[in-house]
Design a protein around this ligand. Structure first.
Ligand code: NAD
Ligand code: MN
Length: 363
C-alpha cells in the first residue's frame, strides 16, 4: 500500500483549529478506503515559535520539507506580530523556497450555500484562478531609506521575468485546456503599467499559439472585478499576476459565499518539491480559539492535495462528502449564517466518508 508523507503546518489563529480537522478527514479517508496511508509530521512554526526563537520557522526548516509528498498549511498571522514579518517569515519563505510558482484557486458555489449574487445560478460560477506566485508585485525587490526623515522614500518593485511569465502562462493554458470550457482570461493592467504588463500581454499571445484549442481573452484587472459580478458565466480559467490574483480571488471567495470555504494550492508543476495546500482565509483573530472556524476550506484543500497525489477516487469521495454537508444548513458555521462548530462539521464529513466506504463494500 502507498504511504504519503504529509507535513502539517497549522501556523496561527484558526489555522490551529482547521488543520487538525483536515488531518482527521484525511486519516478517515485512508482508514475507510484502505488504498493508501498517511505519515503526518506536525511543525509548530508561526507566531508562538517566533516569540520563543525570534523567527517564524528555523533557517534550515525547508530541509525538513523536501522529502514530503505534500504540505497542509493553515495561516500565518498573529495579532502581536507585524503582518509582513509573519507572511515573509513563513508562508512566502516556503512558497519561494520550494518554487511553488503556480497558485491555483478553484471557486464554485457549493450546494446549500447562498452566494450574494442574486441573478447568478450555481452553474454560472465555476472558475479557477491561477495566480503567479513567485515574482511580480510580491518579488520582495525594493527598499526603504532615510527612515523617519522628511526625505524618507520607499519602493516595492514589481519585477517580472520572461521565464516567470512563460511558465505561468503555460501552466494556465494547460489548465484551461483540461477543463470542459477550454477558455482562459488573461488579466492585465497594460494600459497604465507600460513595461512589465506589456511584456506580460506579449508573452500571453506567444504562449497562446501553443494551445490552438484553447480560446482566450484579455481583461483589465479593474474591469475584471465588474465582470466577475455582472457576467460570472463568461469566465472559466483566469490567470493574473501575484497582486491582481490575490485581490480577485478574495472577491471570488466572497461571491461563492464565504472566505471560509475557499481553498488554494501552491503548486510546483515540475514536482521538484512538495506542493502546499492552504485555505485562502487568514488567522481570523475575531473567532480564533472558539471552535467556530469553518473547516470546509481546509477540506477542499485536502481534495486538491489528494488529486495532486493522483488519488482521484479519494478526492471524489471527499468532495461528495463536503457537498452533502454544505447542502445541510444545520451544518453551516457562523460565516454562513449558521451555528455549527468546527467539530460538528468535521464529524459530519467523516460520517459521510465512512458511509461511502460501507456502500462500496456492500457493492
Ligand atoms: P481573515 O481571513 O483572517 O478574516 C477575515 C474575516 O473572515 C474575519 O471576520 C474572519 O472571522 C472570517 N473568516 C475567515 N476564515 C474563516 C473561517 N474559516 N470560518 C469562519 N470565518 C472565517 O483575514 P484578515 O482579518 O484580513 O487577516 C487576519 C490575519 O491573517 C492577518 O494577520 C493576516 O495577515 C493573516 N492572513 C494570512 C493568510 C495566509 O497565511 N495565507 C491569508 C490571509 C490573511
Ligand atoms: Mn490574499
Amino acid at each position: 500500500m502507498k504511504s504519503y508523507k504529509i507535513a502539517c503546518i497549522p501556523g496561527d489563529g484558526i489555522g490551529k483549529e482547521v488543520i487538525p480537522a483536515g488531518q482527521t478527514v484525511l486519516q478517515t479517508l485512508a482508514d475507510t478506503l484502505e488504498q493508501f496511508s498517511f505519515e503526518f509530521s506536525a511543525f509548530d512554526w508561526g507566531g508562538d515559535y517566533y516569540r520563543q526563537h525570534g523567527v517564524m520557522m528555523p533557517d534550515d526548516g525547508l530541509e525538513a520539507l523536501y522529502d514530503k509528498d505534500a504540505i497542509l498549511f493553515g495561516s500565518a498571522g498573529d495579532p502581536q506580530i507585524a503582518d509582513h514579518i509573519t507572511l515573509w517569515g513563513l508562508r512566502l519563505k516556503i512558497c519561494q523556497g520550494l518554487d511553488q510558482y503556480a497558485n491555483v484557486r478553484p471557486t464554485r458555489i457549493l450546494p446549500g450555500i447562498d452566494g450574494p449574487l442574486k441573478r447568478c445560478r450555481p452553474e454560472d460560477l465555476d472558475w479557477v484562478i491561477v495566480r503567479e506566485n513567485s515574482e511580480g508585485e510580491y518579488s520582495g525587490v525594493g527598499g526603504r531609506v532615510h527612515q523617519g526623515q522628511p526625505l524618507e522614500a520607499a519602493t516595492d518593485v514589481s519585477m517580472m521575468t520572461r521565464a516567470g511569465i512563460e511558465r505561468i502562462m503555460r501552466f494556465a493554458f494547460s489548465l484551461a485546456q483540461s477543463r470542459p470550457r477550454k477558455h482562459l482570461t488573461v488579466i492585465t493592467k497594460s494600459n497604465a503599467q507600460r513595461h512589465a504588463m506589456v511584456m506580460w500581454d506579449e508573452i500571453a499571445v506567444e504562449i497562446a499559439r501553443e494551445y490552438p484549442d484553447v480560446t482566450w481573452d484579455k481583461e483589465l484587472v479593474d474591469a475584471a472585478t465588474a465582470r466577475m459580478v455582472n457576467k460570472p458565466a463568461t469566465l472559466d480559467t483566469i490567470v493574473a499576476t501575484n497582486l491582481h490574483a490575490d485581490i480577485l480571488s478574495d472577491l471570488a471567495a466572497a461571491l461563492a459565499g464565504s472566505l471560509g470555504i475557499a481553498p488554494t494550492g501552491n503548486i510546483d508543476p515540475e514536482r521538484r518539491y512538495p506542493s502546499m495546500f492552504e485555505p485562502i482565509h487568514g488567522s481570523a483573530f475575531d473567532i480564533m480559539g472558539k471552535g467556530l472556524a469553518n473547516p470546509i476550506g481546509t477540506f477542499w484543500c485536502a481534495v486538491m492535495l489528494l488529486s495532486h497525489l493522483g488519488e482521484e477516487q479519494a478526492a471524489t469521495v471527499l468532495m461528495e462528502s463536503i457537498e452533502t454537508v454544505t447542502a445541510d444548513a444545520t451544518l453551516h458555521t457562523g460565516d454562513l449564517g449558521g451555528s455549527a462548530t468546527t467539530a460538528q462539521v468535521t464529524e459530519a464529513v467523516c460520517g459521510h466518508i465512512r458511509n461511502h466506504g460501507k456502500i462500496q463494500k456492500v457493492a
